[in-house]
Design a protein. Structure first.
Length: 238
């Protein structure tokens, strides 16, 4: 797919999924703005340092972008080891998860929207999770709730901005081999169990998401909005 002429912002573009998506966009010809607190070691993007849970920082970051056709919200945390069943979750764990996953998404889209409206072909792509829509979230109260909230946010954006040419969709990855869940797939019991619960029988690679994300960024998906697209090896179909 040719994305030459597209300007795309991605939050968390230095992370496991975000880095793969940024590279996929760049390979397709897009100009990519990587909004993250960590500068990538080797990525041909325009890096913008930002604290995604701090409104003035987010506002300043988007003020450095003159033209924007799409935003991909990929930044997120899953606090494995402290996130648990609700009775065992501390307020600190809950708040940190909601701050990054929900508030970070809210602030990023809030300041991207005016640029996306000006584009005339604006697209919002949020990275969701099966934990937000199925019982795969068992034992991860804060993370599952934050992802469910993010996916609800996408539907509201889709309705609120339909008349100004901005679409919003969610991509739902399954178990991905990223640092975010390294503690899970390194666990001798939890790791194999995740594979057993994935019908295709393997862990996903972040590059598996590139095709659907690039399509949602492009005008080829101009009739797609308010939807969720699972790329999860069949996990949500179980």
């Amino acid at each position: 797919m040719n994305l030459s002429g597209y300007n795309v912002a991605i939050t968390g573009g230095s992370g496991g999924i975000g880095s793969a998506l940024a590279t996929g966009l760049i390979d397709a010809g897009a100009t990519v703005f990587n909004l993250d607190s960590v500068k990538p070691a080797d990525q041909n993007s325009n890096y913008i340092a930002v604290d995604l849970v701090n409104e003035p920082s987010v506002q300043k970051a988007f003020g450095q972008i003159e033209k924007l056709d799409a935003i991909i919200v990929s930044a997120g945390v899953q606090l494995v080891g402290s996130d648990s069943k609700i009775a065992n979750v501390t307020l600190e764990t809950w708040q940190r998860t909601i701050d990054v996953n929900m508030t970070g998404a809210f602030l990023s889209v809030k300041y991207a929207i005016p640029l996306l409206i000006d584009s005339g072909r604006g697209s919002v792509v949020l990275i969701g999770s099966p934990t937000g829509i199925t019982m795969e979230g068992a034992g991860y109260t804060a993370y599952g709730a934050s992802k469910a909230g993010m996916m609800g946010l996408s539907r509201i954006i889709a309705v609120d901005y339909k008349e100004v040419g901005v679409r919003s969709n969610v991509v739902v990855p399954g178990t991905m081999s990223t640092p975010l869940i390294k503690k899970i797939w390194d666990d001798p019991e939890k790791g194999p169990d995740l594979i057993r619960r994935t019908p295709l029988g393997r862990m996903g690679d972040p590059r598996d998401l590139v095709g659907i994300v690039n399509w949602l960024v492009s005008e080829d998906s101009s009739f797609a909005t308010g939807a969720s697209y699972a790329v999860d090896g069949g996990m949500t179909a179980r």
